[in-house]
Every structure is written in structure tokens, then in C-alpha cells.
Ligand binder design. Structure first.
Ligand code: ZN
Length: 553
């Protein structure tokens, strides 16, 4: 059993969440659920970065207090837990959580005790959008590479962190793989940055420029801690690092894996600054960073100004098209490397193809045939080696049943059986390299093979042949064959419900119920996923009828 501490970044809350935030949250949730399912000990951490200067500026633009703006937007992020069926164990709000400030202060004092903090004058080019100083050669034509705006020339006295001391240790941690950065191209990017020379960096700013918002530097009332210091610290402050620290010992020091999911825009902070701060403080480093790229919307960068639009608001998208449709697109269509363009058409296309047609049709065919020819009583084939069926969310036990009465697998279902058997390993291997698309594709392969098997065996013909044979007193070969075909399909779908659960927990629960034979009889078939169709008001979910194909009727 592995003890796994898993975190998302904490977004600043100058606006409502957009679909790009949903990507990282859903990826983290899939990992957390997967590891819980295979018996690992997991803590999934998320939260909001309330102390960002960007929040102060956004509140000024709206003419409301920073506190009001932060509370409103932070609650929109916290609400995603229900709106996207996320399973984080803890959510830290950095402006109000009583665990945060003492943790930030303790981290500061630990680095000060190592002699790594000092004061000096700083002249620099500062991008307010990034809350980051840039050197001339990092700029693109004199503008911020992220915001394409001209940075301000700033001079003030700040506290600095002696990053320069840690270059060789950081290099060693990363190149040895003790701090694993995925994908490899991002690791190389970080190593290149380190080899270019690490300059000490500013870790505070004047109270004045911070607008009185943020966490004060211990012992220096004129300065507040740089927002990145404050935000990065959340990974340990949420574990009580500044207090009694029981969770910190258990989930940080004592974890086998400390995994941060981060976007490419904050790579340097997580792969260089954060590990250096931890080295200085004498704390263990994260073991892994997974760096995802960005979503665009309709070909354009998703900006905070468009974030509230219906087309990219994850709560709106999940409300209109369903949590399953949104989660499935995020895991199934977003590759491990490269930006991906999000459109509602793509979300709908993927949901209809895979969930309404592929999976929905499979399950309704099995249910209809089972009820038409077996009164709902079907015995599943034995579960292939290494697979498990539905594992309930609340209980950690496997639901018994099925195997004692299992029928043998028919020879012509060898491909389907092999697919089912290799799925758990395929999912495990894909998620170990943070490849969500490959993992969801591996799960979906069961649907593909099962539908192929239905098409090849035409069980509705077997049912009719059995009835004809009964009338003419023929032998029962067609009936025995129908039992085998249905048994293979039922066993496959029972494994599928468990395997798809980390990706689509809601749909998995409906699927598990639809193929549950524990009571001796399958429930009457009901639509598993509504087909999404264009209506006059745009797209809408349309409940499919049983969706059964004509051949069965
Ligand atoms: Zn910028």
C-alpha cells in the first residue's frame, strides 16, 4: 500500500473558474479515485490563493472590498466539488484558514534560520499580471511573454531568498529522478533553466504595494510575503505545518509519494523555487510534478475576462450537459502534451459517440435482451484474473456475488475477455505516467470489444431460435449459447463499472446498478446517458428512449 499526497495548484480568485481549472481538478480527482480504488492511502488537497495582488486589483475595478471579491469567487471554486463530483479531502482558503498563516510564518523562520533570507534594494521589471519580476532577456519584444504587456520598472527594498545556493542540489534532485518531472520535456526545460544560473529572488513586497493585503513578514511590519511564497506554502500549511503538525508528519514527511499537479505557466515556481525553499527549511521535497498544458476555447486563450461566459464556465457546462459529459471530454480528448482546443461541439460529439451511443447502447441491448428472453435473470461469466467489479465509493470492500454461479466464458469471446483482463494493468500503467487519455481509452476499449461481440453473436437471433426450437421441440443449443453470450457481456460490464469509476463516478454508479445481478435479476433497462441534441435554444440533453436497435424489437 502506498501513501499518496496529491495536490492541485490553488488558483487566484480574481474571477470565476473556467474550464481550464476543471482540467486540473478532474485529473487530480481521477488519480485520487484510482489510487483509493486499488487500496492506496490518499489525501487530495485543493484550495484557493486568496492573497494574490490580482485579487486586490480586481476588487478595485469592481469597486468592492478585496474580502468581498475573494469570498465570492473562492466559493465558486469550492462549489466545484459538488458540481464536478470531485473528491478532494481538504480545501484551503488562504485568507481565512487558521492553519495557513502560522505555516507561512514557520516556513519563513525556518529559511531565515538557515541564513537564506536577506534584505536589499531591488530594481526590476515587474508584471502585475504574473506577479513576477522578469529579466530583459525573458521578455518578448520588451513585453511579458504571458500577458504581452510592458512590465513596470520597480525599485524597492525587499527580502531576498538565496536561491543561488541551491542550484547544484536542485539539479541533483531532478536529474536523479528523486524529484520526477513529467513530461520529460518539462524536466529538461527546468534543468536548462538551472544550468543558465539561478539568481536570488525577491520573496516580499512592501505593504503599500500589496494594498495592505497578504501575510506580514515575521518581524518586519513594512513587508508582506511575496504571494508565491504564501501560495506555495499551502501544500504544507494545509497539513498543519505551522501547528501541531500531525497531518504534516503523516501526509508530507511520511508519504511515499508527494505529487503536485501544475499548469505549465507555474512550472518554475514548483520545480525550482518551491523545492529550494523546502531544502532551506529542511523539509522533504515533492516526489513528482505533473505539468499539464493549457486549454484554449474556440482557438483563443481562455482569459479571465471571458471566464464567466457560459461557453467556458465549468459549472454551467456540467449543469447543461452533465458532469459525465464534461469529465469524459477532459480525460478522453486532452492529450498529455500540447494545448487542446475546447468547444461545446467537441464535448457533445465525444459524449454522444462514447457515452450515449457506445456505452448507452451496449447496456440497453444487454438489458433488453435479458428481459425479453430471460426475464432479467442472467448469470455472469467468471471475472477474469486480476479484475474486480464495482467497488462502492463509501465502502472499501468488494461487493460479493456472481462468481459462485458463474458460467464459463465462450471461446468466441476470447478477445473481449482478454481486453477485460488487461484493462486494470493498462489503466494503472497509463496513470503512472499521468496519461489520462490513454487510461480512459483503455477503459473504453471494453465497450468497443463488447459491442463488437454483440454484433458478431447477434443474441436477439439466438433468442428467437431458442423459442422456435422450443415450439418444434428442437435441442437447446441456441438457448445455452444465449446464456454464454449474455454472461460474457454482463461480466464485462460489471468490471467496466469499476474501471470507469475514477473517471465518471456518477455514470459508474448508474452502470453498476444497471448490470447488478446480486439480487438474482437485472433491473429493467433505463437510459444510461441522455443523447445530447441541438434544440432551438442551443444544445440540450434529450433523454433517449431505451435506445434499443431495431434488430432486437
Ligand atoms: Zn505577465
Amino acid at each position: 500500500m502506498t501513501r499518496l499526497y496529491l495536490s492541485t495548484t490553488i488558483p487566484y480568485v480574481n474571477a470565476r473558474p473556467h474550464v481550464g481549472h476543471a482540467l486540473e481538478l478532474v485529473q487530480a480527482d481521477v488519480l485520487a479515485r484510482h489510487h483509493r480504488r486499488i487500496g492506496d492511502e490518499v489525501r487530495l488537497q485543493s484550495g484557493t490563493d486568496d492573497n494574490s495582488l490580482k485579487n486586490v486589483l480586481a476588487a478595485q475595478r469592481e469597486g468592492i472590498s478585496t474580502k468581498e471579491l475573494v469570498n465570492r469567487n473562492a466559493s465558486a471554486f469550492a462549489s466545484l466539488r459538488e458540481q464536478l463530483s470531485l473528491s478532494f479531502d481538504d480545501f484551503i482558503k488562504t485568507s481565512t484558514d487558521p492553519r495557513h498563516r502560522p505555516g507561512v510564518e514557520r516556513l519563513w523562520r525556518a529559511c531565515a534560520a538557515s541564513g537564506d533570507l536577506y534584505r536589499r534594494d531591488y530594481h526590476g521589471l515587474y508584471c502585475v499580471g504574473c506577479e513576477q519580476f522578469y529579466t530583459e532577456d525573458e521578455l518578448a519584444d520588451g513585453t511579458c511573454p504571458e500577458h504581452h504587456t510592458r512590465p513596470e520598472q520597480v525599485t524597492e527594498e525587499n527580502w531576498f531568498f538565496r536561491l543561488s545556493r541551491y542550484a547544484s542540489r536542485l539539479r541533483d534532485e531532478i536529474s536523479s529522478g528523486r524529484l520526477r518531472i513529467e513530461p520529460a520535456s518539462r524536466r529538461n526545460e527546468v534543468l536548462g533553466f538551472i544550468d543558465g544560473g539561478l539568481a536570488d529572488f525577491s520573496v516580499s513586497r512592501s505593504v503599500q504595494r500589496a494594498g495592505g493585503w497578504g501575510i506580514g513578514v515575521p518581524g518586519d511590519p513594512t513587508q508582506v510575503t511575496y504571494v508565491w511564497w504564501d501560495a506555495l506554502a499551502n501544500y504544507v500549511t494545509a497539513l498543519g505545518y505551522g501547528g501541531s503538525g500531525g497531518d504534516y508528519q503523516r501526509w508530507w514527511v511520511g508519504a511515499d509519494r508527494r505529487v503536485h499537479l501544475v499548469g505549465k505557466g507555474v512550472l518554475r515556481f514548483h520545480a525550482v523555487y518551491w523545492p529550494a525553499i523546502l531544502l532551506s527549511a529542511g523539509a522533504p521535497l515533492p516526489t513528482e510534478l505533473f505539468v499539464h498544458d493549457y486549454l484554449t476555447a474556440g482557438g483563443a486563450k481562455i482569459s479571465k475576462s471571458t471566464a464567466s461566459s457560459e461557453a467556458t464556465d465549468p459549472a454551467e457546462l456540467a449543469g447543461t450537459y452533465g458532469i459525465d459529459a464534461l469529465r469524459w471530454w477532459l480525460v478522453r480528448d486532452v492529450p498529455r502534451v500540447g494545448d487542446t482546443d475546447f468547444t461545446v461541439d467537441r464535448l457533445i460529439g465525444r459524449a454522444n459517440a462514447d457515452l450515449a451511443n457506445g456505452l448507452g447502447n451496449l447496456v440497453s441491448r444487454i438489458g433488453s435482451i435479458a428481459h425479453q428472453y430471460r426475464n432479467g435473470v442472467v448469470r455472469p461469466c467468471s471475472r477474469p484474473e486480476g479484475t474486480s467489479r464495482w467497488l462502492a465509493v463509501a465502502s472499501d470492500g468488494r461487493i460479493p456475488g456472481g462468481d459462485a454461479r458463474a458460467v464459463p466464458w465462450p471461446a468466441d469471446a476470447a478477445d473481449l475477455r482478454a481486453t477485460v483482463e488487461r484493462t486494470p494493468d493498462a489503466v494503472r500503467a497509463a496513470l503512472a505516467r499521468f496519461d489520462f487519455r490513454a487510461a480512459s481509452a483503455a477503459v473504453y476499449e471494453i465497450v468497443v470489444q463488447a459491442n463488437r461481440y454483440v454484433d458478431a453473436t447477434e443474441p436477439w437471433h439466438l433468442g428467437r431460435a431458442e423459442r422456435a426450437a422450443t415450439v418444434s421441440r428442437g435441442d437447446g443449443a441456441a438457448g445455452r449459447r444465449l446464456d454464454q453470450v449474455l454472461g460474457a457481456l454482463l461480466a464485462s460490464c460489471q468490471v467496466l463499472a469499476g474501471e470507469i469509476w475514477p473517471f465518471l463516478p456518477d455514470l459508474a454508479a448508474r452502470l453498476a446498478a444497471a448490470v447488478d445481478d446480486v439480487g438474482g435479476r437485472l433491473p429493467r433497462p433505463r437510459p444510461l446517458f441522455p443523447r445530447l441534441q441541438v434544440s432551438e435554444r442551443g444544445y440540450a440533453a434529450v433523454a433517449a428512449d431505451a435506445g434499443i436497435r431495431n434488430e432486437v424489437a
